[in-house]
Design a binder for this molecule. Sequence first.
Ligand SMILES: [Zn+2]
Length: 494
Amino acid sequence: MGGIFVLRTHLRLTILSLVVCFSLNPHSLHAQVSQRPAAFGIPQTPPLVGDTTALALEAQNWLVDLIKINTTNPPGNEQAAAKYIAGVLAKEGIQAEILDLTPGRSAVVARLRSTAVADPSRALLLVAHMDVVGVDRSKWSVDPFGGIVKDGYIWGRGSIDDKSMLAANLAAFIALKRGGVHLNRDVIFLGTADEEQFGDASMKMVIAKYWDKIASGYAINEGGQVVVKNGKAQYVAVQVSEKVSVNVELTATGKGGHSSTPTKDNPVVHIAAAVDKIGNYTAPIHLTSIVRRYFEGLAPLEDEETSKWMRVVDTPDRGEHAQRYLSDASPMWNSMMRDTVAPTMLQAGIRANVIPSEAHATINIRLIPGDTIDVFVNDLKKLVNDPQIRWDISLDGGFAAPNSSLDTDFYTLITKVSAQEFGGVPVLPFMSTGATDSAQLRLHNVQAYGLRPMPLTEEDQRRVHGDEERLPMASFAKGVDCLVHIVAEFSVNR
Ligand SMILES: [Zn+2]
């Protein structure tokens, strides 16, 4: 017996039996997902979206196929993935639309209608990006674009970021169609391009050119996580806010010349000194309401010492020490509490015996939403205090967006279903230090929530954008189950 009988029954069952106790063993989960308990006398109605075990296996094949389509950005080549997805949907009798952005780069969109006339403010958008970051093949033990499944894992670039969400969204979308359910809102599937570079083919272009096709009040995107420690899910983080990424280019200029007669204006020395100061800069604390809520929720799960400091992070007397303690304990916590800057690229010189006339450094700044780049850069300029250096703020930086609300029915539902799926663990609002497509959506009044309901250990999480990216099969199946439940409960008429 399996799956969702009716949603309400499923809820009661889960509460009664606390069936889901996530185990990290990649082989054990299918059994858990499929073996839902008997219905304790609650009358059953016909299946709504069915048992997700088979669906998850199908979706795993889509994920494998998507990994095999190399969408490394640049150049992206997302059109190939868009066409593949349109093909999967066509088999279900769903007509998808390819949205052309730039040559070779497209988004893909499809819609399940609730009524003849759409109400965008109610619509739910399922969004995931189709592009991936590059690989260093020499560091991989398997072909990163081979779609290899072995040892209980799906291996490959994008297996987590973000093709796992792409395939899971596809599964949830198709489940609704197959279930022949009555929707209470339109549900829109969207595969985006160019998320990793945020260039001309990215979400901002989809919004500029095709907003009417994706206009929605709510969205599910990447950005959250289910954190696994010691083989068990610890908590679920739902991304409702994100930091803003801005690059700044520093150029030091000097006269240049023969290195046998060095001068004090050597641009290499000036840029190095600037990078040293910037690299050691620590911005003041800026605690947002989301980050406060996050620490509050996390405190009971941490060790005694960490927990103690999390509870007083915002107090006048012990706050300062707490902030220092938490900053030292975790680079992510540090970045959640303040603007940060990281020098990322250096460029100078053409010959060993020539002092160049220019030297360059790129620094990447991550702002707490609401903080302004000009103020931050001015602080850095004062710190560096070097008239030989020019500062150019990149114009294609991210935009600060308002938080998604913690008071919507949708957030409440995500919280409830996630807690049930993962054995009653806390569900916390989260500000991601990384950027996603959600900022663009939030700027257009979409209540976007970042999930990745595939439970991951820190070790597997670290492989995102790194070497040997892989996703436990059991985590994927669990994620599909969670996502199907969230989407179905929000969009299906009872
Ligand atoms: Zn991503």
